[in-house]
Write a protein that binds this ligand. Structure first.
Ligand code: SF4
Length: 200
């Protein structure tokens, strides 16, 4: 049973039109997704959460999966744009239900908006923020600097104190921010809440 109280965010997500599932850990979430996604094409966005729970290795045995973190990146990104199903994590989830994602190339945020029959949004408990403003703050000041550091970029946040300086560096990783207020019309969306610290 999950220890984190997801009840408020769960209600707010359902009120916005999302299907919501809650799991006590990444392994349980991965097992659920592996059962729910079968015999279809699947695209995956850049996601440390996806990597953490090992879902790619499970899905690729019985689906046509495109993921640029494990395959030739350009071909995988192109293939992932047109799949039946798309998996992404988010940089932050407000208790009021808004989901915030920052992107550098744009493939991930674009796929959360258009092009698929269904998207799954995977959210570890560490992504929860008490308000929308705090969710934006987390995406910009926690997730993005961590990603810049992980990618060994020479940005102020990565080589310095980890604080975002809204830089103009050519190596800037955060070039667009998308806020999901609800499922996009014509695309089913399911939020997977996981009671485990996952991703950045
Ligand atoms: S804008 Fe620059 S300093 Fe801020 S998080 Fe992005 S890369 Fe780092």
């Amino acid at each position: 049973m999950p220890v984190t109280d997801f009840s408020r965010v769960e209600k707010n997500l359902r009120d916005r039109g999302y299907t919501v599932k809650i799991f006590s850990g990444g392994a349980e979430a991965a097992a659920y997704l592996n059962g729910a996604i079968d015999g279809v094409s699947v695209g995956i966005g850049g996601s440390a959460t996806v990597k953490d729970i090992g879902i790619y290795e499970l899905l690729e045995t019985h689906n046509e999966v495109y993921w640029h973190w494990t395959q030739e990146p350009d071909a995988a990104r192109a293939g992932a744009m047109k799949t039946d199903v798309y998996l992404s994590s988010v940089n932050a989830l407000a208790e009021s239900g808004e989901m915030v994602n920052i992107d550098g190339i744009g493939n991930r945020v674009a796929s959360t908006l258009f092009g698929h029959k269904k998207i799954y949004l995977l959210v570890g408990r560490n992504k929860l923020a008490t308000t929308y403003e705090n969710a934006v703050w987390r995406a910009r000041n926690v997730a993005a600097p961590l990603r810049a550091r992980q990618m060994k970029r020479k940005t102020p946040c990565a080589v310095g104190d980890g604080i975002c300086r809204d830089c103009r560096s050519p190596e800037r990783v955060c070039r667009g921010m998308v806020v999901l207020w609800g499922p996009m019309l014509g695309m089913e969306a399911e939020v997977i809440l996981i009671d485990e610290d996952l991703g950045l």
